[in-house]
Design a protein around this ligand. Structure first.
Ligand SMILES: Nc1ncnc2c1ncn2[C@@H]1O[C@H](COP(=O)(O)OP(=O)(O)OP(=O)(O)O)[C@@H](O)[C@H]1O
Ligand SMILES: [Mg+2]
Length: 354
């Protein structure tokens, strides 16, 4: 029996649940000439929901993850490689003649996939302009291409002033819908909401919430029922209580509960067992993470883990607030209706160590 839960990568098909409204909205939105910016804390399902919507739109689309690009030249090459997957080279060869630097295109003999590269030391600014204008020329107002740029906040790290250049190219285009995704809340907001940023008000801002409890409960419950015929409903409740309906952590915990059910059918409390297993298997990472925090951060994390108030007089309010903001920016703390630790298993580790 295969584990019916999936966590970590993009989920689709039977691993994807709910987000009906979001998918419909994105699909409809992309019929306009506008660009979409999707923001949420890490692992809420941005990449998955966009992949689904874009696929269902039936339109030509490409996706590049900026976290995996090392320079403007590398970004340009990756965009071009994706573009050739959608538009075979022989059909767009005439458009490449506009390029100021000719790319090297080769077929990887092992995988059969296409490799695209540019000579080293060429001006990245020229490359990105040529590649983005190629996409523009291959499409039309009636047949816009969808270009998804994942982990878009990385644009600030690729090269100085790259955001400015990118914006000025994109601004002149009419045949592309850009979908920009990002997970570092404050940085993404800064890019799109700060008047001084080149991307100020570039597109419609959409925020993704956690998955709705009822649907997620049904999803978990159905999949746990074969292993836990009597307790699948209650176990699903407890999983969602534990993770606060977080998409990734819920799937992770459910996968481990299921595993306990299969491997230790007599287990007294499969949920406790699963939590224990996850916390232990991440113990070294958590320890390293903890060691690298300063005292204020550690204190804040302990207070959040045990749900004790932060205004206890131990630290100045301004100190606590700025530390919280930093922790939030680094992704350790999230804010929905209150501040909480992002990872419920790290929270458990902190409680165990106290
Ligand atoms: N609609 C969904 N149905 C079920 N599980 C989901 C859904 N969306 C996300 N998940 C769970 O969350 C995990 C992360 O999803 P995804 O990679 O799409 O999120 P993300 O916001 O793009 O993450 P990151 O911040 O790492 O880029 C998935 O592997 C899956 O376990
Ligand atoms: Mg993602």
């Amino acid at each position: 029996m295969d584990n019916p839960f999936k966590f970590g990568t993009i989920v689709e098909e039977e691993y994807f649940t709910d987000r009906v409204k979001e998918v419909a909205y994105i699909k409809q939105f992309l019929k306009s000439a506008n660009h979409l910016v999707l923001i949420s804390p890490r692992r809420f399902g941005k990449s998955s929901v966009v992949a689904k919507a874009v696929k269902e739109s039936g339109r030509k689309h490409i996706t590049v993850n900026l976290q995996q690009t090392t320079s403007i030249a590398d970004f340009s090459a990756k965009l071009l490689r994706e573009f050739f997957k959608v538009h075979p080279l022989e059909k767009v060869r005439h458009l490449i003649t506009h390029f100021r630097v000719i790319p090297t295109v080769s077929t990887n003999p092992v995988t059969g996939s296409m490799d695209v590269s540019f000579q080293p030391n060429v001006d990245g600014n020229v490359l990105i302009e040529d590649v983005l204008m190629l996409i523009e020329r291959a499409h039309s107002v009636k047949n816009r291409m969808i270009v998804v740029l994942d982990e878009f906040q990385e644009v600030l790290d690729i090269a100085p002033k790259f955001d400015k250049q990118l914006r000025s190219i994109m601004q002149s285009q009419k045949h592309i819908n850009y979908v920009l995704l990002g997970s570092q809340e404050s940085m993404m907001t800064d890019i799109f909401e700060n008047k001084k940023s080149p991307f100020y008000h570039f597109g419609e801002l959409m925020r993704l919430e956690k998955l709705p409890r009822k649907d997620f409960h049904r999803y978990l419950s159905e999949r746990l029922s074969s292993v836990f015929p009597d307790s699948h409903e209650a176990l699903s409740e407890r999983i969602l209580d534990y993770t606060g309906c977080h998409p990734y952590y819920s799937q992770q915990l459910a996968a481990n509960v299921w595993q306990v059910g299969v491997l230790q059918p007599g287990s007294k409390d499969p949920l406790d067992e699963a939590v224990d297993h996850i916390v232990k298997s991440h113990g070294l990472d958590y320890e390293r993470l903890w060691i690298n925090q300063n005292r204020t951060n550690r204190w804040i994390m302990q207070r959040l883990a045990s749900r004790k108030p932060l205004q206890s007089g131990e630290y100045r309010t301004s100190t606590v607030y700025s530390a919280l903001k930093r922790l939030q920016k680094d992704g350790y703390v999230i804010y929905s209706d209150r501040y909480e630790l992002e990872d419920p298993f790290f929270k458990q580790w902190i409680l165990n160590e106290e």
